[in-house]
Design a protein around this ligand. Structure first.
Ligand SMILES: [Zn+2]
Length: 79
């Protein structure tokens, strides 16, 4: 997906899966390394990408993921 190999370092939406249980257990977000690869491939700014995904979760009223993206945006800003 997106020219990125399966992720084996972190919990990440790019983790491989051997069955439906593992597939359903993957997070919806990219780890920092896969996010960087994705944005490089798509020529997108990482902070803008995170902000857009955060807006999606605001619309979906998934405030746990909104908080996750809030923390991610702060972390990437401190890089
Ligand atoms: Zn990853």
């Amino acid at each position: 997906m997106f020219s990125i190999r399966h992720c084996v370092k972190y919990e990440c939406c790019m983790n491989g899966s051997n069955n439906k249980f593992e597939m359903d257990g993957r997070p919806t977000y990219f780890c920092p390394e896969c996010l960087r690869k994705l944005c490089w491939n798509l020529k997108q700014d990482e902070k803008q990408h995170l902000t857009r995904v955060r807006s999606f979760w605001v619309n979906e009223k998934n405030y746990e993921l909104v908080r996750f993206y809030d923390r991610s945006i702060v972390a990437i800003t401190e890089d």
